[in-house]
Design a protein around this ligand. Structure first.
Ligand code: GLN
Length: 305
């Protein structure tokens, strides 16, 4: 398949959507992104790469980090993890408090904010003061790139404005579903959200999920085949919050978005994809990123259905 031509066609066809969507402003630093940015990267299991747009430009990975922390936590806790975070779609916005209260502080899944905060708390119990550097090391390992770090300004911006996340963690603490000090856990969570990567690095970082849990190049197992299957299933059913059904319907691939404008997607046994465009739709997912992935699976037939 001529992926270079397909990427060019996608880039042309998404131009008309640049007037749509909005930059997020509840984290003030994210509102400073360049509205016209677009990048898309494909990396195949045999090492071929195709890129278009600003694929070297780094952006904060935000909720895409939830895939990495969930992978690490699942590796350590296995089924025990599901006592503290579920695996059902929430049908609610990513930072919703409502469901969390009537479900007694147990978040529906690890890909909404509350679920990822619990996951980070679980990792804090294992790694203690080193938790952020362990998360970062894991991301460097799966990306095969040591040059990854977080953005202090974005971290501080969220720390000063992440009121809903403070509400979520306090509510979960009241239900005894947070074991470590609130300030430490929330800071680790905000730091992991402010990790900066480009579409090339993120596509690389997802390859193990396209390859039954193994690094396709070193052949090193990152996670078991069965856990990789479950992570992909959760990305399909929960990766886009209350728009997860819509994403599955339109794109037909496991995927995870972040309010920084990135979306990663996995084509099982073939490749990983990352798209970036910072303006978001109503549900907080990249508007053009979603459109680009829909065009990709329509043009190539490479969806799981
Ligand atoms: N850091 C963001 C938040 O907690 C991540 C949310 C997202 O990417 N959907 O609100």
């Amino acid at each position: 398949m001529d992926f270079n031509t397909i990427l060019k066609e996608i880039q042309d066809e998404i131009q008309k959507y640049f007037t749509k969507g909005k930059l997020p402003n509840y984290i003030p630093m994210l509102a400073q992104a360049d509205e016209n940015d677009f990048a898309m990267s494909l990396v195949t299991l045999d090492g071929e790469e195709y890129h278009t747009g600003c694929s070297n430009k780094k952006f904060s990975i935000q909720s895409i980090s939830k895939v990495f922390t969930f992978t690490l936590a699942l590796e350590h806790y296995s089924k025990e993890l599901y006592k503290r975070v579920g695996h059902e779609p929430s049908g609610n916005p990513f930072n919703s408090l409502v469901q969390l209260e009537y479900e007694s502080g147990i978040p529906r899944n690890p890909f909404i904010n509350a679920g990822a905060i619990v996951t980070t708390d679980c990792l804090s119990s294992i790694y203690e003061n080193n938790v952020f550097s362990k998360i970062l090391d894991f991301i460097k390992k799966v990306s095969n790139d040591q040059d990854i770090t977080f953005d202090e300004d974005i971290f501080i911006s969220e720390l000063g404005h992440g009121f809903k996340n403070f509400a979520l963690i306090n509510m979960m603490k009241s239900y005894h579903n947070i074991k470590n000090p609130i300030d430490d856990v929330i800071q680790t969570y905000f730091k992991q959200c402010s990790i900066m990567m480009n579409t090339k690095q993120l596509a690389h970082a997802m390859l193990f999920l396209a390859n039954h849990g193994k690094d396709p190049f070193s052949k090193e197992p990152i996670i078991s085949e069965s856990k990789a299957k479950r992570i992909n299933s959760l990305m399909l059913t929960c990766g886009h919050y209350d728009a997860s059904g819509d994403f599955a319907y339109k794109v037909g691939l496991p995927g995870k978005s972040g309010v920084g404008g990135g979306i990663v997607a996995v084509v099982p046994k073939k490749m990983a994809i990352c798209v970036y465009s910072p303006k978001l739709n109503f549900h907080g997912n990249s508007l053009i990123g979603t459109k680009a992935l829909e065009l990709f699976t329509t043009k190539t037939g490479l969806s799981i259905f």
